[in-house]
Design a protein around this ligand. Sequence first.
Ligand SMILES: Cc1cc2nc3c(=O)[nH]c(=O)nc-3n(C[C@H](O)[C@H](O)[C@H](O)COP(=O)(O)OP(=O)(O)OC[C@H]3O[C@@H](n4cnc5c(N)ncnc54)[C@H](O)[C@@H]3O)c2cc1C
Length: 432
Amino acid sequence: MRNREHEIYDVVGIGFGPSNLSLAIALEEYAASGPGNEMSAVFFERQSSFGWHRSMLLPSATMQISFLKDLVTFRNPTSSFSFIAYLHASGRLPQFVNNQDFFPTRQEFHQYLEWAQAQVADRVVYGSEVTSIRQPFSAAPQPPDRLLLEVADAAGRAGRVIEARNVVISTGLVPSMPAGTERDERVWHSSEFLEKYRRMNPRELRRVAVAGAGQSAAEITRFLYDELPHAQVFAAVPSYGYSVADDTPFANRIFDPEAVDDYYFGTEQTRGAFWRYHRNTNYSVVDGDVIRELYRRSYDDEVRGVSRLEFLNLTMVTGVKRVGAETRVSLQSGPDAEVRELNVDVLVCATGYDPMEPTGLLGDLDRLCLRDEAGRYRVERDYRIATSPESRCGIYLQGGTEHTHGLTSSLLSNIAVRSGEIVDSIVARRTA
Ligand SMILES: Cc1cc2nc3c(=O)[nH]c(=O)nc-3n(C[C@H](O)[C@H](O)[C@H](O)COP(=O)(O)OP(=O)(O)OC[C@H]3O[C@@H](n4cnc5c(N)ncnc54)[C@H](O)[C@@H]3O)c2cc1C
C-alpha cells in the first residue's frame, strides 16, 4: 500500500473478495479514463493474502457461472482485467477455447482472481480487519463529511484509525450451522472444509458424515468418497434427494444486469415471484453433473455388493455430542420422528450461509441508517444505505441486498456492473 495512513480516503473497502476486487479495478479504470479522475482508495482484508473460499477449492469443482461473468467484462468488455486477458497472459487462451467449456474449475478461476488482485495490490492491506465504523463528533451545523474506521492487525491489536468519505462494505456471507451444533475440530462447516481436512490423518477417518442438500454438500460427499476409499460416507439430506440447479437460458435471465431494475423497482409481489419461481437457480440445489456422478458411484457400489456411500434422505442434523473420541450426531426425519444417533469421526455441515450482516460493524452509526417496515436496511438503487440527514457519507453494500436488489446480491454474476454503478454514484455525489 502507498503510505497514506493519515490521509482521508475517498473510498475505503471493507473485505477484499471478488466484489471489492472488482470495485478496485473499476476505480483504476475510471482513474485512467481522464485527468482528475483519480480517487484515493484503500481496501482492508482480514485474510493474510487473497483467498476466495479457499477451503472449498476442491479438485475438479467447477464455477457455477460462465467465465464471461468475470470481474469486468459486463461493465467493460475491453478491460485488460478480464478472464480472457488472464488466459492470454498465462499462454492458455487457445487451449481454453479448444476445451469448449464455459465453466472453468474454481481452482482456475481462483488463479485468475489472484492474477487480477496482484495488479491492484498496492491498494490492499491484508491481515487487517475493520472492527468498527463511526461518525466523528462535529460541533458544526453540517454533519461531518467523513467516517472513522478502526482497523485491527492480524493479531487483533486495534489502533489504526482511517478516515473515509465513502465506505464499501463487502464482508461476505456468514456460515450457518444447524441449530444446537457448535463447530470444533471434528464438527466443521463447509467453509473451513479443506483447511480442517488437511489437519487430519485420512487413515483415521473411517466414518464421515456430510449434512446438507446443496452444491457444497454434494461436492464434499463426492470428495470424501473418492479420497477415503476405506471409509463409510453418510450424506444426511433434508430433501428426498438432491435437486438440480436450473441453469437453463430463460431462468438465467434473472442474473442479467437488467433484472436488478426489475427487482428493485418491482412490487412486493414481483419480488416474491423472483424468489418463488427462481430460488432453484442457486439455493439448496446441485449441478446436474455432480448429482449424476454421485448416483453413479452409489450404483456401482450396489453392483459390487458394497455400501460405502449411504444417503439418509429426509434427514436433518439436530445436535452433536462428543463421546470419547467419537462424534455422536443426532438425526431426525421430522419434528415428531424418533431421533437416531450416528457415531462418526467427522461431521461436515454444508448447511449454507446467512446473508452479509453489516450491523455489528456499523455500531452506533446504525441508528442513522434507515430501515423498512420489516426492519431491513433501506438501500438506494446505487447500493448506498439510505441514511438520515445527520449523515452525508456514502455507506455502500456489496452483498446483503437480497431484499432490495435480488438474487445476484451474494453472487458473482453482477459484480462487474454493480462495481461500475457504485463508482458512478461516488463520482456523481463528489461532483454534486
Ligand atoms: C464454495 C463457494 C462457491 C461459490 N461459487 C460461486 C460461483 O461459482 N458463482 C457465483 O456467482 N457465486 C458463487 N459463490 C457465492 C459467493 O458469495 C461469491 O462467489 C463471492 O464470494 C462473493 O464475493 P464477495 O467479495 O462479495 O464476498 P467474499 O468472497 O466472501 O469476500 C468477503 C471478504 O471479506 C473479508 N472480511 C470479512 N469481514 C471483514 C472485516 N471486518 N475486515 C476486513 N475483511 C473482512 C473476508 O475475509 C473475505 O475475504 C460461491 C460461494 C461459495 C461458498
